[in-house]
Design a protein around this ligand. Structure first.
Ligand code: IPM
Ligand code: MG
Length: 371
């Protein structure tokens, strides 16, 4: 069995705590001979800044490039509010996305039946929800130049961010969305602001063109203005299958989608690059939630999004989709038994900490893997 290289970047805040639970699951995977793994660890975010004075070191970026899968916890926290903008913790994550060319960010929003009552929406609106946001991750206003604050002669300042997309960037993310839709519900909704933004107009045109010329007409394509889609997401989220959108709209809409599922603590994500000639692609997996500095170090963080991110890695990078399904099942069954961290706790459920939740999932997963 070929050894797969995994790089763990726990990061800041609750990152190290939830990553410890991933290690627990990885230990089961190794002990059961599911995969042969070589596991390395690096620093990102404030943790990297404290150690090296940068938000991610060149050495760790090289390790990430060489890894079969990178798992990242979370970055940021008030401790680093005062560091120079280019070294802020988020810059480490953005550099990894850019340097590894992870242009496709997959953010599934699945409402586990056991959690339908934790959603801010009524149960009937979210029970059984299963949608996928495909967010463009290496372009748009996040990386467009110029990006600056300049001084004006009148003593005022002027800030510029640049929203920019080229045809190839829209084409490749649209293809990812269409291909995913094919193995899901067969529908793609493209969200853009074609009524206000030139980049929205081009986005609309390119997605429409590739739908036709790329041979994706078996997939149903709709376009929606991004603001209207935000409204529709909280009105009737189950109407969506795959949503494809740009970097900034995807950032916002995925936070909205995550709350539909009951807690930000539940959602994993995969960031993928293009496939190379060997069918291998660079990849990074991280929970959608942040570093939650307010609860860091207390042992109460929800590790499920981080563990579900490992499930995505098993599926998209490590060639074990069947094992990924078992890990997702272990999460679902653990919730079914009433175990809850504080963020998803409700009356009558058993409140547990990070370690108890992680151990319960690992144990169930081990049982599901069979004797
Ligand atoms: C996310 C986060 C990041 C983003 C931050 C931490 C830079 O909000 O992954 O959604 O804006 O992309
Ligand atoms: Mg975000």
């Amino acid at each position: 069995m070929a050894t797969q290289n995994i790089l763990l970047l726990p990061g800041d805040g609750i990152g190290p705590e939830v990553m410890a639970e991933v290690r627990r699951v990885l230990a089961v995977i190794e002990a059961r001979g599911v995969l042969s793994l070589s596991i390395d660890e690096g620093l990102v975010g404030g943790a990297a800044y404290d150690a090296h004075g940068v938000a991610v070191s060149d050495g760790d970026v090289e390790k990430a490039k060489a890894a079969d899968a990178v798992l990242l916890g979370a970055v940021g926290g008030p401790k680093w509010d005062g560091v120079p903008y280019e070294h802020r913790p988020e810059a480490g994550l953005l550099r990894l996305r850019k340097d590894l060319e992870l242009f496709a960010n997959l953010r599934p929003a699945i409402c586990y039946p056991a959690l339908a009552d934790s959603s801010a929406l009524k149960r009937e609106l979210v029970d059984g929800l299963d949608l996928m946001i495909v967010r463009e991750l290496t372009g748009g206003v996040y990386f467009g130049e110029p990006k600056e604050i300049t001084d004006l002669p009148n003593g005022q300042k002027r800030a510029v961010d640049t929203q920019v997309y080229e045809t190839y960037e829209i084409e490749r993310i649209a293809k990812v969305a269409f291909e995913l839709a094919r193995v899901r519900g067969g529908r793609v909704t493209s969200a853009e602001k074609r009524n206000v933004m030139k980049s929205g107009l081009l986005w609309n045109q390119v997605v429409t063109a590739i739908h036709k010329s790329g041979g994706y007409e078996d997939v149903k394509l709709d376009h929606m203005l991004a603001d209207a889609l935000g409204m529709q997401l909280v009105r009737a989220p189950k109407e969506f299958d795959v949503i494809v959108t740009d970097n900034l709209f995807g950032d916002i809409l995925s936070d909205v989608a995550s709350m539909l599922t009951g807690s930000l603590g539940m959602l994993p994500s995969a960031s993928l690059g293009a496939e190379d000639e060997n069918g291998r692609r660079k990849s990074l997996y991280e929970p959608v939630h942040g570093s939650a500095p307010d609860i860091a170090g207390k042992g109460i963080a929800n590790p499920l999004a981080m563990i579900a991110s490992l499930a995505m890695a098993l599926k998209y990078s490590l060639g074990k989709p069947d094992v990924a399904d078992l890990l997702d099942k272990a999460i679902s069954e653990t919730l079914g038994e009433g175990l809850r961290t504080g963020d998803i706790w409700s009356e009558g459920m058993t409140k547990v900490g990070t370690t108890e939740m992680g151990s319960a999932v690992a144990k169930k997963f081990e049982a599901l893997l069979g004797a």
